[in-house]
Ligand binder design. Structure first.
Ligand SMILES: *[C@@H]1O[C@H](CO)[C@@H](O)[C@H](O)[C@H]1NC(C)=O
Length: 267
């Protein structure tokens, strides 16, 4: 009798377990999780992020690339076309655990073959934890050439964060060198070692300011009146709360980030 009762109990247990698996696998994703679909084209373009014109790697014409926005449990799909003509590419999603999808981790030569010039690869992974993450190139020195961006994963519906805010902004800090990454890489790996030195600029969300006048460079190379090199502005509305998600993708620099408060003393 006891045995029967136990078996019966187990059956109920298995039944409940199956139901919960059913709910988790079949029902939950259709209720909560969404698919976030991105279509990216990676290319070289002339950019003047700090007034100095050089080749940068862009995603859909921009560096930093677009911010990926998702909610915990969502599936992110990035359809990436490599438009670099002579270079491979791979993107690493820094901080994303890739549970069940290790081949989507984007480390070229380790978890995937690189994406060949002209090819399209579809990255597909679940963002399982809320937070602020970064993505960046994982091939050669392409990250230093501008191939990076932010990932923002929000808490699921119904979950409250321990703070509240009106606006959510991502800011990536970076150091920026005027020499091409090829020239730097050749120096770093040559027999008489050539150190890259100090960066020419620090970029805030892909914007900085290099002193063209003092540099003596030609105006077609370094042009301080080029609107592309205006510093990064974040317009804020008084009385509103802003959440700033700060990330750093510097090659060498260690940075402090501070906000200078201007204006009336009571601010
Ligand atoms: C510098 O930039 C301004 C504004 O974009 C442009 O009008 C001007 O032609 C540029 N100068 C040179 C030499 O490229």
């Amino acid at each position: 009798m006891l045995l029967c009762a136990t078996m019966h109990y187990q059956r109920v247990g298995i039944g409940l377990l199956l139901w919960s698996v059913f709910f988790t696998l079949i029902l939950a994703p259709t209720v909560d999780a969404r698919i976030r679909h991105y279509k990216w084209e990676v290319k070289y373009e002339f950019k003047s992020p700090d007034c100095y014109k050089k080749l940068a790697i862009t995603i859909n014409g921009r560096t930093p690339g677009p911010t990926i926005q998702a909610q915990q449990g969502d599936t992110v799909i990035v359809e990436l076309k490599n438009g670099l003509v002579t270079e491979n590419v791979a993107i690493h999603w820094h901080g994303i655990r890739q549970i069940g999808t290790p081949w989507m981790d984007g480390t070229e030569g380790v978890t995937q073959c690189p994406i060949l010039p002209g090819d399209t690869f579809i990255y597909k992974f679940v963002v399982d934890r809320p937070g602020t993450y970064l993505y960046h190139a994982h091939y050669g020195m392409q990250r230093e050439a501008g191939l990076y961006g932010a990932i923002r994963v929000l808490v699921p519906d119904g979950v409250k964060e321990p703070f509240s805010y009106d606006y959510d902004r991502s800011i990536i800090l970076n150091d920026w060198y005027h020499k091409s990454t090829f020239e730097q890489a050749a120096g770093l790996s040559s027999k008489s070692f050539v150190w890259v030195g100090e960066p020419q600029s620090l970029l805030i969300q892909g914007r900085g300011r290099f002193n063209c006048l003092a540099s003596g460079l030609q105006a077609d190379t370094c042009n301080s009146t080029n609107p592309e090199c205006s510093p990064y502005f974040l317009t804020v509305v008084p009385g509103k709360t802003y959440r700033l998600r700060i990330g750093s993708l510097t090659s060498l620099s260690a940075l402090n980030f501070a906000i200078e408060v201007n204006g009336s003393p009571d601010m």
